[in-house]
Write a protein that binds this ligand. Sequence first.
Ligand code: SDX
Length: 424
Amino acid sequence: MSSAKLILDGQEHEFRVIVGTEGEKAFDITSLRSATGYITLDPGYANTGSCESAITFIDGEKGILRYRGYPIEQLAAAARFPEVCHLLIYGHLPNREELIEWRRQLTLNSYAHETMINVFDHYPPHAHPMAILSAMISSLSAFYPEANTPETLDLAIMYLLAKAKTLAAYSYKKSRGEPIMYPLAELSYAANFLRMMFGHPAEPYEVSPVIERALDLLLIIHADHEQNCSTSTVRMVGSSQANLFAAVSAGICALWGPLHGGANQAVIEMLENIEADGGDYKKYIQMAKDKQSGFRLMGFGHRVYKNFDPRARILKKACDDVLSEMGVSDPLLDIAKHLEEAALKDEFFIERKLYPNVDFYSGIIYRAIGIPTNMFTVMFALGRMPGWIAHYREMRLERGERIHRPRQVYTGENVRKWIPLDER
Ligand code: SDX
């Protein structure tokens, strides 16, 4: 095993080198401060690994994304979302028997506690669905205290996966003053969500197979992405041994930001602004290059992917397929394609390796399905649920990680004497 040597204040220090199963290399600085008195400084953690993980592998240079070793392209083409949930959380694709029981449990546990339904009535109609979702997910620990212990983690996992979509649909129905819909045993995860969102108790709701498949694909594409901002938040909160519901609620809040999962809503709002501005996308390309403008091309750029985001490629094709199968066209898709085309030829974007990310095309499909724009990030959260759960479980059960507590470099005042009020 090779090592890394560091010479500090004339002293040589050696650190163990770790090589991952895909050849990623790191040197372990666990003993750095005790051995040298120094810490590292890495704002945004761009060069810092917080953990070893066996869940998802990303190669940002080659545009590779694999869940437990399976390429995202294969899962997107062949899997259904419940299978991917099981794969990410428990590490293997369920066999037929396991899948039947897993899906049965997901449906049986889809119902939300009846008292929770009243809570929705106390939110103002304009409340953002992410504010409601994060609060209701954390509240699951109050309504299901039996699922709050390490011994009942599998129960909490099932409750969270099964109930999150129901709570999201309820918040939508309640915001419109419409009667809520209960899940049906014979429907898939995606079909149940669509019926709970757009169905009405007074009449049957036919789920379109095209839309059901499109939603399944969107959920799979968002299911995990290693140590992104929201997943790192879940691991941070979980490291204090807070329960799963509390940790995922914190992850939902982190995802909400426009630089992270909130970007899918910001992309559509950006495309709508460009359309309202006569479709002049070249003007917005110029604005994105002008730091003074304060404008960013939302849905572009990524901390890890430096050539392309494989998910954006899959979703760009899915946009064409879903819209043509639904017989709809969307002017925002044309604007998005023009923006991508122009940016990919522009030195500013090429130099900074800025390409469409997962959020650039996803909103076009959500729009076609009928999801309201302010629920786009809720959809991202529903997709990311299994990833957050898998990382929490890995950290708590398989790694037994210490509480996360980074250090800092203090740059404030040196010691000074108290000044009585009349002398200030
Ligand atoms: C997600 O981490 C994950 O895995 C996240 C995610 C997941 O699945 O969990 O993939 C989901 O969050 C995707 C990203 C969604 N966010 C957006 O689309 C918002 C727009 N993009 C950015 O703000 C930005 O690109 C980030 C946040 C995605 C990445 O930020 P970084 O790595 O901190 O990069 P940076 O802000 O330091 O930018 C580097 C340079 C800067 O220019 P210079 O100062 O070097 O001249 O690129 C520029 C930035 O100004 N830049 C952009 C830009 N993104 C970066 N310029 C214009 N438009 C953009 N979108």
